[in-house]
Write a protein that binds this ligand. Sequence first.
Ligand code: GLN
Ligand code: ZN
Length: 764
Amino acid sequence: MALTHNLGFPRIGVKRELKKALEAYWAGQSNEQELVETGRQLRERHWAIQHAAGNAFVTVGDFAWYDHILEWSTTLGVVPTRFNHPQNASVDLDTLFRMARGRAPTGEPAAACEMTKWFDTNYHYIVPELAADQAFYLARTSLFDQISEAQALGYQVKPVIPGLLTYLWLSKGPAFSSAEDAAKLELVPALLAVYKDVLARFAALGVKWVQIDEAALVLDLPAEWQQAYRQVYAELSAQPVDILLATYFGDVGDNTELVTSLPVAGVHFDLVRGPGQLDRVLSSWPADRVLSAGLISGRDVWRTDLDAAADRVKAAADKLGEQLWLAPASSLLHVPVDLAEETVLDEEIKSWLSFAVQKLDELALLAALLNKNATEAQQNALEAQRKALAERKVSRRIHNPAVADRLGQAAVVSRVRTPFAERIAKQREALGLPDFPTTTIGSFPQTPEIRKVRRDWKAGAISDTKYEEAIREEIREVVKFQEEAGLDVLVHGEPERNDMVEYFGELLAGFAFTQNGWVQSYGSRCVKPPIIYGDVARLIPMTVEWTAYAQSLTDRPMKGMLTGPVTVLQWSFVRDDQPRQTTCLQLALALRDEVQDLEKAGIRVIQIDEPAFREGLPLRKAQWQAYLDWAVDCFRVSTSGVEDTTQIHTHMCYSEFNDIIESIAAMDADVITIETSRSNMELLEAFERFNYPNDIGPGVYDIHSPNVPDREWMIQLMNKAATRLDRKQLWVNPDCGLKTRQWPETRSALIEMVNAAQALRSAV
Ligand code: GLN
Ligand code: ZN
């Protein structure tokens, strides 16, 4: 009989209760006691859900006030010195919040810790900052308190903690050059001492199993790290608790031998992302070791084919009996909480979906199927699930013959433009641009008034005419300001868009939207990704009217603004019944039509934003090129249907380019704008080394700050850029869109930026 368990549950709450409680506390509208009480209630509710779904344990340690890695750093006493935390003292909640956000109701503000993406998800963790001689000590007891809390409710508890080596891998510090820097391994003995202490305390609390998350085991690991794994788990396995080593987000691949040789009591594998690993490990699996099979995706919103999942582990169940455990493939942190909250979503589409609560129900059904002990209600549920999935396969909502036809011909669609040198000469002449042309990235301040207009219109509170007039009015102001400021390539300001993916999703076939499908992005911030369930097709032109209107107001070139196919894909839940690249190509073809329609409407500059281009990189280097090839191909499909004189821009922010510069060049955008001001133009090094030929706009000021950038500073930055690239290649623009800024600073900043460009032009 296989038991079921869960790797982690979303902590934010079905109504985003944690978000609201945090923001009230930060704003001084509630006190710590109220916040703590909200956290307790959420944990209690989430444990009850896991228990009701028949999980053998409730998972404790997946809750976090801001981020689970930050919870762990503060538990280990890892607090950077700028937060003035007394050595060896316990860490309080406000110190944790100051580390995350730079400030809290109490304590001195200080620069917040860095935040970065958690593996290949859209969740962000707070990067641990370690000194070369970092000391570790148990600085918080909240995890132990939560174990007691769950036990008091009568539950069997399985705590989860970040793995020692994954924690080190994800950390940084001035003494370390990269994630894999072997110098970090010098900290292993000090960390091991605290981990041993933690495990001993678990045992003292009556804990039998601890889940230790070592997702780094699905990455390319240098030999020193592999060796460190052997040492660490030899020592930890001697502690008086059973360790379930959890790997997820991929196949352990070349770490298979390493993983299976560790003397732990059990290992969890992600069989959704890495189905092939089961056969590799099963034949030599020791009879007394637990194998936890991750069969329900923790990364998407689709119902599972439970018959196929059961088949996949049938042999393992026969061989291992009770030593086979069943689980979601990864933590459910990355999916929304409860589909039952969706009251307006189309019933047919809903029947294909599964959020965290439903995924645990699916897990119970899977166990019943495998253990052959389904109740009548479960039999019915299994039948209903089979029926829904069979219908999904043939649903006309998904399969659009016109899209299939188009895709069939996609191979012959042009992807190549005339050589850049020829194109750019024609464009310069046609557009009449000066050296160091100035532009912005697209959005202008989204004022409360604009947000209200959009909201009212969506709610049906104002008429289409009223709405359109309000948007036009905003566009007029944005255009007028840009002309006065002397910008060269203008934008319409994106007032009609609340979100760069949602706006397009709503106008394309194949997308669905939820009311409550929130997923934590970082801290209290949640996102509601669209769901791409079917063939993507453009129903109507999406941006032509607004852009053409904006162009009618000015003689200067008006830049059309589109979100690129890869970024739409990355920031959505993508259908699992065809390869991602096929969905991406459908998006690319839809965008190609939009690009061509913009051109027909007289738009001569078109920007296709791809801020998520790098994010799409697979976790394993060996798979990078395949991804880059199709991602670049899709971009070129979108952009290559235009005349030489039409200028294509792209924009990528907060990215590194060193190891993907060839593919960036292969995109062949006429102009790429990137974030560089915070890194002091260092990101340009990759472009310089590659002799990047096309035009480039290295951002000259950080749009995250309300400070007005200094003209001399911007000139200096551009001069620095000109030492790396030809000045003829350079554009002058901010780092990113201006939607989060206010008007006063935006005006001043852009005027200064134009002044800087003028100074650069006259200083030859
Ligand atoms: N065009 C978008 C904007 O200006 C780009 C946003 C982004 O890069 N994330 O808002
Ligand atoms: Zn950006």
